[in-house]
Every structure is written in structure tokens, then in C-alpha cells.
Design a protein around this ligand. Structure first.
Ligand code: WTA
Length: 650
């Protein structure tokens, strides 16, 4: 979070009482009661919720196995099929005709898919996967635009117990390759292309490039024809989705799946090394995806239309575009394109046209649409909206107020949800009709979730700033990092090992009312437009260019994106014309456009302490154009500061 934002948040004193509503959580006492239930009987309460809200193939007896922390196991002797919970149980309950997915393509094409239709298509896709030799436990990469087939592919994997790993469609061929290799995937499900900003963005080409040097584990590529763009076709490897699916039966018995079976791997950035594959389970993950829809959004499946704008390539898209709404038997909206195409009114038009009642997006989108002007939302009927959500990065009070006033008409509670890829679902969030809100605060932990702010020793800080930790296990917690137990322990559990706390990597503050205010990452992870990027990942991408000797990347304040990317680069050669552009293109090719530096500053030196560590705080001050607050007395070469500030051009 930028210094300016921190200051505005620190000054924030406004409180908004929750609107009245006829719902099961309609006052803070209801929230407290739900929390007390967990306090009185932690495992018993989780067990009851899991039995009441999900359909089990085989009931569980053990709620939580804590034999080998941090390798917690939830409902481990139970069996549960996620796709059965998201589809069959609703169809069997007479809801087959209800709309499961409302999809809008960027050009304006619309599809309404009922639960009955979705079940049939998922079965056909599941049968297709079997035909291609995919069996329980195999890994399947999903690299797709936001089209219904992406959700179908995820549910089909879940139906047969294949572990999916969705890779965001804007990641580069190289990033895709890294993930295919790390997961040793046997199949990629992709599309020829998808619409973005009025043009077809090809995905299949990236797949071909990713596989061009061979990939031993990979057997097939299943291709949905969405863009109708010309694509290369490798016989025997590439298979047309529609041709294969239409040959399959529309029924497919759900595979028996153990609750702890890995439902998916989702790669996310850390402060060191390559992105890590966060592993999520089936039963525990689904339970929290299901419940948080009710707690944080007051989701009413029979009447709400829920729209989470996140791409399925991110955790938010997994939990709140697909699994949460569908597990509850409700209607979820999916949109293929960008929020500003053909103009900044697109999201509001979709809200109007599809009668969206719960809308969930990221602060970066709110800020961008705020800047575009009120005439866009004012041109549409947003009266169906009743709850507004935000996620992914701290929301500045100004953006919160605009969202509340202009989008929500001062009628809709704003739920600021703090969570992570690792947590599977919301951890801190108001309950919309129970919790008084404050602009910029994610308020309290949800019932069942134990969060604290601690100092460096792990001692709880009652009021003031510190590190955010989760002190008790929760069902949707990550189960590990794919193939790397050591990194799993080191990243999340080592810091407070004696207490057994999960270390989230965020700084936070608690105010006098016990409200949590997230202050941003305390590690070398950037949050650019709500997307997580490791500074080291971008540095490695830069250094892999022939001209670059060394690079240091830090975040800098950005009004829209929250954080921008600022790269200090030492060259092996002299600066040549066009080199800056070339380096940006190189990062785009290596990781994806989201990692492209906003500013590249060439320098002859980087500020290092005498022990050789890069002084990142100093670089952050320079990148922000702030007065230097760090102690630079340990800096080896004091002259370097002026150069880094751009005062001397190399
Ligand atoms: C940040 C996204 C402030 C935080 C669901 C966290 C937030 C990281 C909020 C996880 C919020 C997420 N307020 N910061 N409401 N939500 N963050 O894994 O730094 O992509 O650690 O998960 O985003 O990002 P991830």
C-alpha cells in the first residue's frame, strides 16, 4: 500500500451501519453467536456444517486430524465428489431448469446454461477426458478464456478426480510451460482464442510454443473453438473439444473421491524462486467456498444473480465465479472480455442486462471505472444490486465511498474480503447485513476463522500494527506446495513455528473496535491490479535478457493499479535506443503482460549494504519519489543514490 493510502486509511473514522434485511445473519449478535459456537466446540461445529451443507458419498467420522501439523487433514475418512455437489444434487432436487451460468462474450453473445445442461456437458467432458486416458490423480492444465467451457473443464476434472491447474490466459508460453512441467500434466485444455478489447487473443499459439521443445508428460491438447482464428494443428496430439464431446454419453457417474484428494493446484507468486503450486483439497475447500457465499455475500440461490468479475485463472475465479455459487445451486455470471470494452460502462451494462444482485470485483477496477466518470454507471439501471464486494488489494477509502455511493446507491453494503490463494476462501470480511463497515477495513474474521495480529516474536498485538496470522487450522487451508514440502513449511509455518501460526505475509493493524486494516505485503511480493507478482520473478526475467547484468524490482504507488512495477537495471552494455521497450517485451514474453515494468531506470550500481544485500526500502523510496527514510549509512557507495534518483544519466 502506498504511503498516501496508508495515511488516508489511518485517518478513516466513518462507520456505516449495515442495512436491515431478513436474513440469518442480521445483526452483529448473530455473527458473535456463530463465532461462539466455534469457540465452544470447534470441531463439532465444523463437522455439523460439513454434514448440513454438503452431500457426502461416504460420511466422515473424524473432522480434523492434527497429528502432523502443519499437515492438517479435514474430514479425511469421508468421500465427496465436488461436481456432484455442484450439479447432480441440484438437478435431483428439482432445480434442473434453474440457470447455473449466465455467460456474456465480449462481442455481446449471451448463453444461459441450466443446471441440467451443465450437468450433461460436464458428463460429456468427463467422458472425453477418460477417452483421452486421463485418470484420477492425473494433472490437467486449463488455459482458457472466460468461456463456460472453462467451468465445464474444471467440473469435469473434479468429476473424475483429475487435479486441475488453471493457468491465467494472459500468462506467456514460457510461464505456461513452467507450470505444465512442474505439475507433470498429461493434458492441456485450451481454446483457439478468446476476445479481448475487440480482437481475438490466441491461446493455442502459446500452447504450441510452450510445447515446442517437447514435454514428456503431455499427451494431448483439447481445443475449444471460440475465436475461430487460424491455429496450427498437431495430429494425434490436438483434439477438437466439440467433436470429442458430442461423441460422448451425457451421463457419467461421479468418481468416488476422498475428501483430502487434491482438487486443484493453483500457481501463485512468492517472494523467492518460481511460482509455487498451491494445493487445495476437495471436501474442506468446497465447504468454505459454500459457506462464505452465505456469510460474506448473504447469497440467496433462488433469487440472486451473483457476479464475480475475476478470471478463473485466479483463486477468486475458482471459489467465487465457479465453485461457491454452483455448490449453493445459484446463478453465476461469467464475462469474457475487458471491463472497458467497448467503453467503461460495460460492467454496469452487464449488471443491468442480467439483473445482477451481488457484484464482486477488485479495487483496481473500481478505481479505473471511478476515474472514467459517473456518466457510465448512471446510464444503467443498477437497482437490482444489493451487496457489493471487493477483493485482492487494500481498497482506499475514496474508492470505497464511490463504490458505495455511485454503484450501490448508498443502499448496498460493501464487503471488503481479505484472503489469499492459500486460504481458499474469505478469512476477514463483514457479514453484509450484520457488520457495521468502515471504508478500507476488512472488519473481522468470519465465524470459524481465528486471525490475530502479532509482533515479530509472535505475541499478540491487541491494538496497533503487526503481522497478520491465522492461529487455528481451517477447512479450506492449502494442503501444501506441489512437490515441495520444505518450501511449504518455510514459507508459511516456520516464522511462528513454536505457536503453530500460519503466516500470511501481510502487515495489518487493529483499531480500537478490533477491526482489521490490511496494510499490504511485508515480503517481496507485489500486488499489481490485485494480481500477485514476485519481485524476484520479474528480476529473473530481466536478467535472462542478454543485455542485463543485474536487476532489482520494487513496487511504486499507482493510482489505478494500486502498485506499479519499478525496475532498476544494470546493463552489461551501453544503453541503446529501444532497449527499454525491448526489456518490457522480454518480460511480457517470459511471464506475461501483467509483469511488464512501468518504469525501467538504468543505473551503474545498486544500493547494497556492506554485507551485499540490496537495500530495497531505499529503492522503494526512490521509486515513489519520496524523501529517503532508510538509514543509508551502511551504503557502500553513497553516490549511487543520486544516480538511482535519475539525477545522473548513465
Ligand atoms: C492481498 C487474492 C487488502 C493481500 C484473493 C494478500 C488484500 C494477497 C485483500 C493475496 C483485501 C487480498 N485487502 N489486501 N481485501 N485481499 N489482498 O493470493 O496482500 O491473489 O496476501 O488472493 O492479496 O493475493 P491472492
Amino acid at each position: 500500500m502506498s504511503q498516501e493510502n496508508i495515511e488516508s486509511v489511518l485517518d478513516e473514522t466513518r462507520v456505516f451501519e449495515p442495512p436491515q434485511s431478513d436474513t440469518s445473519f442480521s445483526s452483529i449478535a448473530d455473527w458473535q453467536r456463530a463465532c461462539d459456537n466455534f469457540e465452544a466446540d470447534f470441531e463439532g461445529t465444523w463437522g455439523d456444517l460439513a454434514r448440513q451443507n454438503l452431500t457426502w458419498q461416504k460420511p466422515f467420522h473424524t473432522v480434523l486430524n492434527s497429528d502432523k501439523p502443519p499437515f492438517y487433514r479435514w474430514f479425511e475418512d469421508g468421500n465427496i465428489n465436488l461436481s456432484e455437489n455442484c450439479l447432480d444434487r441440484h438437478v435431483n432436487n428439482g432445480l434442473g431448469e434453474r440457470t447455473a451460468i449466465i455467460w456474456e462474450g465480449e462481442p455481446g453473445d449471451v448463453r444461459h446454461i441450466s443446471y441440467q445442461q451443465l450437468l450433461a456437458e460436464v458428463c460429456q467432458a468427463a467422458n472425453s477426458l477418460k477417452t483421452l486416458g486421463v485418470v484420477k490423480g492425473d494433472r490437467v492444465i486449463i488455459y482458457m478464456p472466460m468461456i463456460p467451457e472453462a467451468a465445464v473443464a474444471m467440473l469435469a476434472c473434479a468429476r473424475i478426480g483429475a487435479t486441475h491447474s488453471v493457468v491465467f490466459g494472459a500468462f506467456s508460453a514460457q510461464a505456461l510451460r513452467d507450470r505444465v512441467e512442474d505439475a507433470a500434466a498429461t493434458l492441456i485444455i485450451t481454446a483457439d482464442g478468446g476476445y479481448r478489447r475487440g480482437a481475438v487473443h490466441s491461446l493455442k499459439n502459446s500452447v504450441d510454443e510452450a510445447l515446442s521443445q517437447g514435454c514428456p508428460s503431455l499427451k494431448h491438447v483439447l481445443v475449444v473453438k471460440r475465436g475461430q482464428n487460424d491455429v496450427n494443428w498437431v495430429d494425434n496430439r490436438d483434439i477438437d473439444w466439440t467433436t470429442l464431446l458430442t461423441q460422448q454419453a451425457t451421463t457419467c457417474p461421479p468418481e468416488t473421491i476422498a475428501s483430502e484428494h487434491p482438487l486443484f493446484i493453483l500457481y501463485t507468486s512468492g517472494s523467492t524462486g518460481k511460482p509455487k503450486g498451491i494445493v487445495h483439497s476437495t471436501g474442506g475447500y468446497l465447504l468454505w467456498a459454500h459457506l462464505t457465499m452465505l456469510y460474506s455475500f448473504d447469497f440467496k440461490p433462488a433469487s440472486d444473480v451473483f457476479w464475480c468479475t475475476a478470471d478463473v485463472g485466479w483463486i477468486t475465479g475458482h471459489t467465487y465465479s465457479v465453485y461457491g455459487p454452483l455448490s449453493n445451486g445459484g446463478t453465476t455470471v461469467m464475462y469474457e472480455g475487458v471491463p472497458t470494452y467497448p467503453d467503461a460502462g460495460r460492467l454496469w451494462k452487464i449488471c443491468q442486462d442480467h439483473k445482477v444482485s451481488i457484484f464482486y470485483t477488485a479495487p483496481t477496477a473500481i478505481r479505473a471505472l471511478n476515474k472514467a466518470g459517473d456518466q457510465y454507471p448512471n446510464a444503467y439501471d443498477l437497482s437490482k444490486l444489493r451487496v457489493l464486494g471487493t477483493v485482492g488489494e487494500p481498497i482506499n477509502p475514496e474508492a470505497w465511498m464511490w463504490y458505495y455511493k455511485v454503484i450501490g446507491g448508498e443502499r448496498c453494503p460493501v464487503v471488503d474480503t481479505w484472503w489469499q490463494t492459500e486460504t481458499g476462501g474469505h478469512m476477514l470480511a463483514p457479514m453484509p447485513f450484520a457488520t457495521p463497515t468502515k471504508p478500507g477495513s476488512a472488519t473481522h474474521a468470519l465465524p470459524g476463522i481465528a486471525t490475530e495480529i502479532v509482533d515479530a516474536q509472535g505475541d499478540v498485538v491487541q491494538k496497533g500494527g503487526g503481522l497478520l496470522v491465522i492461529t487455528k487450522p481451517w477447512p479450506s487451508m492449502l494442503r501444501g506446495i506441489w512437490g515441495d514440502e520444505v518450501r511449504f513449511i518455510e514459507t508459511y509455518w516456520q516464522k511462528f513455528a513454536d505457536k503453530g501460526y500460519y503466516f500470511a505475509g501481510d502487515g495489518a493493524r487493529k483499531d480500537e473496535d478490533g477491526y482489521f486494516w490490511i496494510m499490504g505485503r511485508v515480503d517481496d511480493v507485489l500486488n499489481v491490479s490485485g494480481h500477485r507478482l514476485g519481485t524476484m520473478e520479474i528480476e529473473s526475467a530481466l536478467v535472462s535478457h542478454d543485455a542485463v547484468a543485474e536487476a532489482a524490482v520494487v513496487g511504486c504507488p499507482d493510482d489505478i493499479k494500486g502498485e506499479g512495477i519499478f525496475a532498476f537495471v544494470i546493463l552489461k552494455t551501453a544503453v541503446t535506443e529501444g532497449l527499454e521497450q525491448e526489456l518490457r517485451a522480454h518480460v511480457t514474453k517470459t511471464i506475461g503482460a501483467i509483469a511488464k515494468p512501468d518504469v525501467i531506470r538504468f543505473t551503474e550500481n545498486l544500493p547494497k549494504t556492506r554485507s551485499g544485500k540490496i537495500m530495497r526500502r531505499l529503492l522503494r523510496d526512490i521509486a515513489a519519489g519520496r524523501e529517503i527514510t532508510s538509514d543509508i549509512s551502511t551504503l557502500e557507495d553513497q553516490a549511487v543514490v543520486a544516480q538511482l534518483q535519475g539525477k545522473t544519466v548513465s
